[in-house]
Design a protein around this ligand. Structure first.
Ligand code: PEP
Ligand code: MG
Length: 587
């Protein structure tokens, strides 16, 4: 396919949304508005302020009409992202800083806005949490919308694109992605963006393959060029030769075959060959993911990370807003249960409305349940909202990072008080709501038998348990080789927790990433876990292995594994086992 003039070129970026697309490129001009700073005279100041404020108002009107249009065409499902942008357009700091700059630095409106945006961006860039840092891109997108209004640039309408194409753009705003016609746009690639940018989140929710963060891809590709992308690994090929084309085509067919085969498992039980059932549930952060739960056959939500309701906004959500979020989620997953984890912030998860102080050791700091117990004015409304929602469907409530028995008792005491309050006001709730603790620090493992007497279930957060047990920062890429889910210390911890749970007659669940890796399924099954909760797209693959395992073989495997001395030895054993027993597995 590639001629000498158009030689093959490969780009690697961030795997934003899985799937393979092969087609022609359509370059969407999303280049930034060029801004020149110029000094203005004192008598121009007022006119520049007016020009800036008019541009903000026009950007707001435009976004509001877009919202109405998208809602009419596709429903309201993903519109919360546009609401975030509308909030930014209303942000008083953005306006005040820019006006201040016009007035006191005598800079033109574009230059002043650009400086303000840079300040905002620097604030976001200093945040460690990937998701929050990526929110800086929302500031960019909103800033560009205002700048376009100021200089009078009209962007090409992404809806007008014809034919089946792969969009190539410097960046895509959430509004752009929402407007993509899935029948015509088969994928997209962008210079900017990360895994948690809103464009990437929406692409996953809408099932559009995408690779982002390709840095300079737009400078190499022209309209009509042949393009292929693999959104599962983050690769893009420009002007493919015949061999690469055949390879991608085969991958695409295999990917689609796997999806079709795995989709057949959706309504089949998560059951071993010897009739042992476990529950496979989904971990979610947004209501938009409810559809993905259904598509992948989740039996409910095993972990609702409620912190997303608190992030990316200046004020905290009140009880009513939280109640609505839990209520909507319950409706979306009915008749399945919803496990709500109370706020897990602090450390590297930043919530502006909480005014958290900087800490020297954030991972060991005032976070998760410690923060909730210290801030009853935030904790109580969340508990009240969850309890009220429990009148409308099955809710389980659990607490992150419990490290002492005192913490769970303190949380239960507050719940008992809230139950009394609600009962005295005749407000309905589930009197027997199930409570759980997350086991994610070594002290909780060591006192699991005592904790088990306090609650109805355990949910092991292996992401943190591995970090705290092996003393490895889970976000440090230089230590990733040591971050081993099957380290003997971790497997012993898992065994202690399941044993303690079952001795007390309560459920043992896992909701860390380990639960979604098919390689570890035989161990988790053999150890006796009752529930595994994972990213919804992982469920079919885990289920496909589970349905071909027997509990008795998994239990024997666990005996072998528990006497092994290193993670490497255990990994090799597992890979051998999977290769021998599931050579035809879909992966
Ligand atoms: C975990 O620690 O395994 C977990 C599920 O919680 P989070 O990843 O949100 O810390
Ligand atoms: Mg955790």
């Amino acid at each position: 396919m590639a001629s000498a003039k158009n030689s093959i070129r490969q780009f690697n970026g961030v795997a934003a949304s899985p799937g393979i697309a092969i087609g022609l490129a359509k370059v969407a001009d999303r280049t930034k508005v060029p801004v020149t700073e110029s000094i203005i005279t004192a008598d121009q100041v007022q006119a520049e302020i007016t020009r800036f404020l008019n541009a903000v108002a026009a950007a707001k009107d435009e976004l509001q009409s877009l919202k109405i249009q998208i809602e009419a065409e596709q429903g309201a499902e993903h519109l919360y992202i546009l609401d975030t942008h509308l909030l930014l357009l209303d942000d008083s700091m953005l306006k005040e800083e820019t006006i201040h700059c016009i007035e006191h630095q005598n800079l033109n409106a574009e230059g002043s806005l650009k400086r303000t945006l840079r300040k905002f961006k620097e604030l976001f860039d200093s945040i460690e949490d990937d998701y929050l840092r990526e929110r800086g891109s929302d500031v960019d997108i909103v800033g560009e919308r205002i700048l376009r209004k100021m200089v009078g640039i009209v962007q090409e309408d992404i809806k007008e694109i014809d034919g089946k194409v792969i969009i190539v753009a410097h960046d895509l705003s959430p509004a752009d992605v929402l407007q993509l016609d899935k029948n015509r746009v088969i994928g997209f690639v962008t210079d900017l963006g990360g895994k948690t940018s809103h464009a990437a989140i929406l692409a996953r929710a809408l099932g559009v393959p995408a690779v982002v963060g390709l840095e300079t891809v737009t400078s190499h590709i022209a309209d009509g060029d042949h393009l292929m992308l693999d959104g599962s690994v983050g690769s893009v090929v420009h002007n493919p030769d015949n061999e690469t084309f055949r390879d991608y085509l085969a991958r695409k067919q295999y990917y689609e075959y796997c999806d079709r085969e795995l989709a057949k498992l959706r309504d089949l039980p998560a059951e071993t060959t010897d009739g042992h059932r476990i529950k496979l549930k989904g971990n979610i952060e947004f209501i938009e993911e409810a559809d993905s739960l259904t598509r992948h056959g989740a039996e409910g939500v095993g972990l609702f990370r409620t912190e997303m309701l608190f992030m990316n906004r200046a004020t905290l959500p009140d009880e009513e807003e939280q109640f609505q979020a839990y209520f909507e989620m319950l409706q979306a997953i009915k008749p399945h249960p919803l496990s709500i984890r109370t706020l897990d912030v602090g450390g590297d998860k930043f919530v502006p409305g909480l005014n958290l102080a900087d800490e020297l050791n954030p991972a060991l700091g005032l976070r998760a349940i410690r923060l909730s117990l210290r801030n009853p004015e935030t904790f109580r409304p969340q508990l009240r909202a969850a309890l009220r929602a429990s009148a409308h469907g099955k809710i389980r409530l659990f607490f992150p990072m419990i490290s002492t028995i005192g913490e769970i008792r303190a949380a239960k005491k507050i719940i008992a008080e809230i139950k009394d309050e609600l009962a005295s006001k005749n407000i309905n709730f589930d009197h027997n709501i199930e409570l759980g603790v997350m086991i994610e620090v070594p002290s909780a493992v060591l006192i699991a038998d005592q904790l088990a007497g306090e609650v109805d279930f355990f949910s092991i957060g292996t992401n943190d348990l591995i970090q705290y047990t092996l003393a490895i920062d889970r976000t440090n890429e230089h230590l990733s080789h040591l971050y081993q889910p099957v380290d003997p210390a971790i497997l012993k911890s898992l065994e202690m927790v399941v044993t303690a749970a079952h001795r007390a007659g309560i459920e043992a669940c896992i909701c860390g990433e380990m639960a979604g890796d098919p390689l570890y399924l035989p161990i988790l099954l053999g150890l006796g876990f009752d529930e595994l909760s994972m990213s919804p797209p992982s469920i079919p693959r885990v289920k496909s292995i589970l349905r071909r395992c027997s509990l008795s073989a998994a239990e024997s495997l666990v005996q072998k594994v528990l006497s092994a001395e290193s993670a490497a030895e255990i990994e090799a054993l597992l890979k051998g086992e999977i290769a021998a027993s599931f050579s035809d597995s879909i992966d």
